[in-house]
Each structure stands twice: as structure tokens, then as C-alpha cells.
Design a protein around this ligand. Structure first.
Ligand code: ADP
Ligand code: ZN
Ligand code: ZN
Length: 741
């Protein structure tokens, strides 16, 4: 027997099966060079697949004649270090998901597809001109070009195309400047110099911290070893400045920092703030980048040539060999939870990761999640509060406007319209928040009362006018606007309710002297639309910003002094137990957009429920009391964070199939885990929207006072499900710690 036969590779392949597969080392490869974390190609059934070596063993349960040689390794060194392998194992275990798929999701797309792990070259743009007055005049009408040129001028060695893109400057602008010979393009081979060879560290002098900020910073830097800090600071209290200074200390100690941000929070403004502060490379991983660009960021972080990585959810899996600090900004944000395939929560993984790296982790928010507040209460996290706004701005005043029995003009109460008028007149900006895009959320028949529904979902179709069409926001189905009612043929179809398109039309008519800038998913579909809108807002001239929650997060609009929230009521009576928490957080975030500059801010909330205790507490800016009241409720109901949840969901062409499967699971739970009274199955029940995309959805909720018995049951059920042969049209998923019900 040759020595290589004593070596068995346990390989994780990206297949849904929750198991590993044994292979012999590739022929012609010295088995001693093989290590866990390497990418390896294998023949898997009829297909060639890319797997990751998970372990190296000397025995296999597989009969020797069935063992095949792997095809070949992709690189001589492990691509995934021990820490990331461990993180992925933990993730796969906790979410009861395939390790192979987890590892595959942890890699950037390019590496998942087998591309080499080499950074290649980057495109740099250098200035070829003097940006003097005459040139400025010449470019006066080409504002973006001027802006690009100004930015490129700030760096003598030139600026990378990715950095420019992240500052909102597109390739077209660069090409136009190059045609005028004002800038030139260079390809630069990437060298992996360690980030700390770049000195000095900072480009600008930081603010002197106020006492609250100083206290927070000291709390974070208290020790360089693992300790979670919940930094609860009102919007504008200067959390970002605290992050920047904590990162400075981390870099000075020769370590890297990972900053996680919500999907919507990674605005050009955010990135710019980091790049303006630090000379060491700051790289980003987010959905706006191409595969190649993401790979470069990933490699820069994993080779420690970047000191700072700013990333959305999936960035938590990026190797950082010298990780010394993790920041989770807006930790309460729902986008940290992935809602399909591997349903992980990046916030929770980040805590685990910080523990492994033995470094501090900061969870920052003006409106912390109940989960994090609970951890602070029990002493697992230290809790630091910042209650006043930095830089002298005052907290906004909040007014509840009772609209019962009031006449509304296209959804707006008279006092709001008057206040908008006054604010614009004073030369300030107004923000109108309406969490519904489109023209109207439904189209209703005036004669028979029927509403146009989506044929594939239990949902109404939204009416859009720009361009005119009906759109289902749940399955993306689109169709023409009907001429007549499908039920009674009446021609009297009327839009019901308010969407942003309709409000835009109304506000433009009512305030013709001021621009109305609409910011929602439709108006920002074109790539450069959002930066252009933000530019216009930042000019500071009086205008109305109208938008959905895209407007609520992360932006800093110093000119806004009035915020109007038009439909807060919907979220007060949600069937999801987290509905009220989410609504409260959103209201506080939106309200926090006002009065961030020198002028004080005012917030008006239009409501039919001015007595609602939640609105009362929020209007007093008392998030703590609001959160405490939610706590009491969760405690009574044993809901998170005062209990643990998991949900099995089924999707099927026929209602009964999903129901029957979940019924089986329910019986198994009662039969095998019935003794543990702390584990309760609820359901099966139809999902809130039972029919979606033409499929029927059912769910079974498992609720428990303790984590361990729940996870034992989940493991049992998932193993059971893996052994079943299910019809193709029936699919199941498991969501551990679900965010949405
Ligand atoms: P947050 O992240 O909590 O919303 P920021 O860090 O964005 O708050 O700070 C809000 C504003 O206050 C920013 O314009 C910032 O430049 C300014 N600021 C922050 N810290 C200070 C400070 N110590 N002194 C003066 N201005 C500050
Ligand atoms: Zn009708
Ligand atoms: Zn639909």
C-alpha cells in the first residue's frame, strides 16, 4: 500500500446534503502539502465540482474500491484560514445548513467559480492638469467632471477606479475627462504591502471628543481582548467619530478593523468619511461592486494589505489575519439577517468571530434591538449611552398629529401642509417619509368594490404611473393597467391610498416653487440617480425630499429641519411580533434625520392613533421606555429575546402537501421531545401571505425557553427530513432565529 492511501481527504462540496465526502489525494500531488481550507476540484456524481478540504484523516467509512482521487488543488496554500473554517463550521451547525454550501457562500463569487486567487492589476486615474480658475470655469456646466477632477487631485499617486466609483463617479465621466486629456489611465500591478508600512496613519486631524464620546472610546479600548460593547447613541451623537478613533488605536497597534454596515447604509458619504480620515487602504465589499472588484477587496483584507474593511452582511466571512476590532453599525437593522438560502445573522456571527479573534466588538445604534439590550441587561455586553448630539445640534421635537375627522388633501392633513410651506419659506428643507412606493397601493372598482390582485400572490397589485403599469411588489409580476373591472366591467377604477409617486405629484402641485426630490427604489434604479439626488439635496437649497426608508438610514442632511411621517399607523398593528419594534426603530431613525445642522428640528407624525402608548413614548424621544414596554410583552409570551424560535417553512404547488409534512414534524416533536415542556410546536399555519409566486406557503413554529433543547430537536428533524424522498414541487426550509414571521 502506498503512503498516499493512508491519507483521506474529507471534502465539503456545495451541495444541499449535510455531509462531507471522502476522496483520495489528487494523483501527482505530495499529500503532505495538503491542508484544510484549500480549494480542490472533485468529480461529484456526473459533475466536476469545487470543494474545500475540511479535514485530513487516515481512515474512511467508504469502502476502498469506492474511493476516488480528487482531481486537483487550486492553490498551494489554504485559501480559507483556520479561523474562517471554524466560523463556517459553527455557522453550518447553528443554522443546520450544509457546510459545503456555507463555505461556498463565504467565498467571493469569483473564487467560488474557480478563478485564481490573485489580485491582478488595478486601474488608476491620475491628474494631468492644473485645476486653476480658468479650468474650473470651463467645467462649470460639467459638475460631475469637476468633482471627479477635484477628487483625483487630492492624491499624487492617482486614484483607483473603484474608489472613484464608490465616491459616485462613473466610468463615463472619467472617459470624458480623459478625452480632454485632463486625466490619464494607468494599470498598476497590485503589491501586497502590509497596511502598516504606510505612514503616517491619518490624513486629517480628528475631532476632540466630547466627554460622552471619550467615555465610549475608553470603554471600547479598555482591553484589546474580547468584550462586546453596546453603544447606544442617539442619531448625531457622534458614534461614527468614536468608531473612527477606536479604529485609529487598533491600526496603531498593528491590527485590522472590520466595519459591518446595513445594506442600505453603505453610502458614498460613509465610505468617503473613512477614506478622508485614513491613509491606510480602506476596502469595501458590497453589492454595488463587480466580481473582480470584490475579489480584490477580499484579497486585500485577507493579506492584510488593507487595514480597514467596510462591508455589508457577507463581509463577516472575509479572512482578516490581524483582526483587532469589529464594529457593527446600526446593529438593529434587519438586513444583517439573510432571508434566503443560509439564513444567518451577520451580527451574531460577528460576535462569535470577535470571540475567536479575542478582540473588542462594538454594536452601535440609536435604537438597539431587544436582543442586544437583553445581552446588556444580563451583563454579557457592556452598555454605553450617548444621549446628546455632538457638534451642538439639539434633539428634534416630536408632535403627534391626530388626523381622525380631519379632511386630508391627498393624504396630507392641513397643519402639515402649512408647516411645510412655512419651513420652505424660511429657506429650509423638508423630508416627507412614506413607506410605499408606486402611485397607489391598490386599484379599486368604485362600482363593485373589487381590488385588482396579483394572480400569483395573496396581495394587491400596486398602481404605478411612471410608466403606467400594475406591479406586484412581492413577486415582481407586472401587467398593463386594466381599462375596466375584471369582475363587473365597470370603467370606474380608482386608485386607493398613497404611494410616493402620487405624493410627488401632489406636493409638486401644492408647492410649485420648490423642487420635490423623490428617493425610492424606482427613482434610483439608474446607477447614478442616487448620487445626483444626494448632490442636489446637499446643495442645501429649500426643497422637499420625499421617500421611503431609503431616506431614513445613514444619510446626513444638515438642511432638513422638518420631517413629516405620513403613515405610521400600518406598523402599529402588525401581525409580526417584531412589527412594533421595527416601526419604532424606523420612526426614531427618520426623526433623527431632522435638525442635524445648526437649526433645531421638528417631526410631525400623522396618525389615527395618537393615544397609542408606543407613539406616546416615541414622541417623547424615550426609546428606553418604549423598549422596556416591548420587553414586558415578550416576557409574557416567551418570545425572543425572552425565548428562542425556529420556523420550518414549506412551499408547494398544493396546500395540503406542505401542511402534511409539517404535521409530521409536529408529531415527531411531541413524540420525542414532548417531555421537555419548554419546547412547543405552533402550527402548521398558513404563512401571512399564504400564496406567493404561485406557491402555497405553510409554517411550523418551534418555541422554547432554552436554546439547547430547541437545537437538539432541530437536528433530529433536519436529519429526518434529509432521509425523506419528497416530491419535486414540495420544498422546505428552516429559519433559526427568524426575523420575519
Ligand atoms: P452618528 O454616527 O452618531 O449619527 P456622527 O459621528 O455622524 O454621529 O456625528 C454627527 C455630526 O457631529 C457629524 O457632522 C460629525 O462631524 C459631528 N461631530 C462628531 N463628533 C464631534 C465632536 N467631538 N466635535 C464636533 N463635532 C463632532
Ligand atoms: Zn367592479
Ligand atoms: Zn405577486
Amino acid at each position: 500500500m502506498s503512503s498516499s492511501n493512508d491519507i483521506i481527504l474529507s471534502i465539503a462540496v456545495p451541495a444541499p446534503l449535510r455531509q462531507l465526502f471522502d476522496y483520495l489525494p489528487p494523483e501527482g500531488v505530495d499529500p503532505d502539502t495538503l491542508q484544510p481550507g484549500m480549494r480542490i476540484q472533485v468529480q461529484f456524481g456526473p459533475r466536476k465540482m469545487l470543494g474545500i478540504i475540511e479535514a485530513i484523516k487516515d481512515q474512511s467509512d467508504c469502502p476502498p474500491d469506492k474511493l476516488r482521487h480528487a482531481i486537483g488543488i487550486l492553490e498551494p496554500e489554504p485559501l480559507l484560514p483556520v479561523s474562517i473554517m471554524k466560523l463556517c463550521r459553527w455557522t453550518a451547525g447553528y443554522y443546520h445548513y450544509s457546510l459545503g454550501e456555507t463555505l461556498s457562500l463565504a467565498l467571493p463569487q469569483a473564487l467560488r467559480q474557480g478563478k485564481p486567487a490573485s489580485a491582478g492589476s488595478i486601474t488608476l486615474w491620475k491628474s494631468e492638469c492644473d485645476l486653476d480658475e480658468s479650468l474650473r470655469k470651463q467645467l462649470k456646466s460639467a459638475k460631475r467632471q469637476l468633482q471627479a477632477l477635484e477628487l483625483i487631485q487630492t492624491s499624487s499617486q492617482g486614484m483607483s477606479e473603484v474608489e472613484l466609483k464608490e465616491a459616485g463617479i462613473s466610468k463615463v465621466i472619467l472617459t470624458n475627462l480623459a478625452k480632454k486629456h485632463l486625466i490619464s489611465r494607468h494599470e498598476l500591478e497590485i503589491h501586497d504591502e502590509p497596511f502598516d508600512s504606510i505612514t503616517p496613519l491619518l490624513k486629517e486631524t480628528p475631532f476632540t471628543l466630547n466627554p460622552e464620546q471619550q467615555f465610549a472610546l475608553e470603554g471600547i479600548l479598555e482591553t484589546p481582548s474580547f468584550h462586546p460593547v453596546l453603544l447606544e447613541g442617539v442619531t448625531g451623537s457622534g458614534k461614527t467619530e468614536v468608531y473612527l478613533q477606536a479604529i485609529t488605536a487598533t491600526l496603531q497597534a498593528g491590527k485590522q478593523a472590520l466595519v459591518l454596515v446595513p445594506e442600505i447604509g453603505l453610502t458614498p458619504q460613509t465610505i468617503e468619511r473613512f477614506r478622508k480620515r485614513f491613509r491606510v487602504p480602506v476596502v469595501c465589499i458590497h453589492s454595488g461592486l463587480g466580481d473582480g472588484e470584490r475579489l480584490q477587496s477580499w484579497l486585500a483584507a485577507s493579506r492584510a494589505s488593507a487595514g480597514i474593511l467596510i462591508a455589508t452582511r457577507s463581509g463577516v466571512f472575509t479572512p482578516m489575519p490581524r483582526l483587532g476590532l469589529i464594529i457593527i453599525d446600526e446593529e438593529h437593522d434587519g438586513s444583517y439577517k439573510q432571508q434566503d438560502t443560509l439564513r444567518y445573522n451577520a451580527r451574531d456571527l460577528a460576535i462569535y468571530r470577535a470571540k475567536m479573534a479575542d478582540c473588542p466588538v462594538v454594536l452601535g445604534s440609536a435604537t438597539p434591538s431587544l436582543e442586544s439590550l437583553q445581552n446588556a441587561r444580563t451583563g454579557r455586553y457592556s452598555h454605553i449611552q450617548m444621549k446628546s448630539r455632538a457638534g451642538g445640534a439639539k434633539a428634534p421635537t416630536v408632535e403627534l398629529l391626530d388626523i381622525r375627522q380631519q379632511v386630508l388633501t391627498d393624504g396630507f392633513a392641513q397643519p402639515i401642509l402649512e408647516r411645510i410651506q412655512r419651513t420652505l419659506h424660511q429657506g429650509h428643507q423638508v423630508m416627507v417619509f412614506l413607506n410605499r412606493r408606486g402611485y397607489a397601493p391598490s386599484l379599486i372598482c368604485h362600482d363593485c368594490g373589487d381590488i385588482i390582485d396579483c394572480p400569483h400572490c395573496d396581495a394587491h397589485m400596486t398602481l404605478h404611473r411612471q410608466p403606467p403599469h400594475m406591479h406586484c411588489h412581492h413577486c415582481d409580476y407586472q401587467t398593463a393597467v386594466p381599462w375596466s373591472c375584471p369582475t363587473c366591467q365597470s370603467k370606474k377604477l380608482q386608485p386607493a391610498g398613497q404611494g410616493t409617486e402620487r405624493s410627488e405629484q401632489v406636493l409638486s402641485q401644492l408647492f410649485p416653487d420648490y423642487p420635490v426630490l423623490r428617493v425610492d427604489r424606482d427613482s434610483t434604479r439608474r446607477k447614478d440617480a442616487l448620487p445626483a439626488l444626494l448632490d442636489q439635496i446637499n446643495e442645501g437649497k429649500p426643497c422637499i425630499l420625499l421617500g421611503t426608508q431609503m431616506l431614513a438610514k445613514g444619510h446626513h442632511f444638515p438642511g432638513v429641519t422638518l420631517v413629516a411621517i405620513i403613515n405610521a399607523d400600518g406598523g402599529l398593528f402588525s401581525s409580526d411580533f417584531r412589527g412594533l419594534e421595527k416601526t419604532g426603530q424606523l420612526i426614531m431613525q427618520v426623526a433623527g434625520r431632522s435638525g442635524r445642522g445648526q437649526m433645531p428640528g421638528h417631526v410631525i407624525i400623522q396618525t389615527h392613533n395618537p393615544q397609542h402608548p408606543a407613539l406616546q413614548m416615541l414622541s417623547m424621544n424615550d426609546y428606553t421606555r418604549f423598549a422596556n414596554s416591548l420587553f414586558t410583552e415578550r416576557q409574557h409570551l416567551h418570545l425572543p429575546p425572552c425565548g428562542y424560535l425556529a420556523v420550518f417553512r414549506t412551499e408547494s404547488a398544493y396546500t395540503q402537501d406542505g401542511q402534511a409534512l409539517l404535521q409530521q414534524l409536529r408529531h415527531l416533536v411531541l413524540e420525542h421531545f414532548g417531555g421537555a415542556a419548554s419546547l412547543t410546536p405552533l402550527g402548521p399555519l398558513p404563512a401571512i401571505m399564504e400564496k406567493r409566486q404561485g406557491r402555497f406557503r405553510q409554517q411550523l413554529l418551534l418555541q422554547s425557553g432554552e436554546r439547547a433543547p430547541l437545537h437538539r430537536a432541530l437536528k433530529y428533524l433536519v436529519d429526518y427530513l434529509d432521509r425523506l424522498k419528497l416530491p419535486k414541487h414540495l420544498r422546505w426550509t428552516l429559519d433559526v432565529d427568524p426575523q420575519e414571521m
